[in-house]
Design a protein around this ligand. Sequence first.
Ligand code: ATP
Ligand code: ZN
Length: 294
Amino acid sequence: MTTERIRIALQKSGRLAEDSIGLLKSCGLHVARSKDQLFCRIKELPIDVLLVRDDDIPNFVDSGICELGIVGDNVFSEMKCAADNFSATVVERLGFSQCRLAIAVPDNGAVQKISDLAGATIATSYPHLLQDFLKRQNITAKTLVMMGSVEVAPRLKIADAICDIVASGATLAANNLRELTTVLQSQALLVRGARTFSPDKENIIRRLLARMRGALTAEDSKYVMLHADADKLPEIVKLLPGSESPTILPLRGHDDKFAVHAVCRESVFWETMEQLQAAGASAILVLPIEKMMA
Ligand code: ATP
Ligand code: ZN
């Protein structure tokens, strides 16, 4: 019996590409890609990868060319906002490629607060998300659609403001622009077609999703080991971030000294370790967790 295969659309190259392939890798799936290849077969699970421009991913998934896709919320939501009969849905927020769609204005321009946007011209590649935002704010403004270099529009005097993707803010600063407000907080999404696929395909999707969730949880989680006196244990256990019941083991040769082992599901910072030490913990070890399955 041959199992059916599913297709997942990923960005071919760019800011989503590496982390998307990296996530599949941490799910034990290897995408062998050569430079011009658009289609790769994954050996470990019945999944094929289609490498495309991120802007094509929502439509590929919506129209059924691919069952799944990984795309930024900014691109997905813009497409959803633009098309009347778009029905692809979000399966999981993946946490990487974090950025925001923001409205920015020249440092010393006419627009200094949100209400000043009334009657202004705003340059953007996200006309639908922008108009949706303006409608919610009861503001009427003109949109100038530009597919790239949006940040130069105010300097060219063709727009009073821009609505564009911001991550560090360096591009804005370099163009003497400052952020006025956020339109959308974005990150990479796993998306799928709305219809139910065959039981075989749904099963592959379930397996992939369980692996992705495991990989994403493991990424933030750490295995913490430390030593502490019995009377210090309650306070120390409270300090362990996001851990359920830790394992407490007696240390050989000590009556009242114990080893504490815990899975911490939240980031363990140097500050956390300093607090643990101040609370009486010693021999503190923080180990990465490679995989996790509940
Ligand atoms: P393509 O050639 O596939 O059309 P692109 O030039 O449109 O690529 P990229 O710049 O690679 O897009 O960005 C892809 C996505 O990554 C964006 O839509 C956004 O979700 C996210 N992104 C953009 N800038 C950043 C950033 N500085 N840091 C993290 N994520 C970002
Ligand atoms: Zn793009």
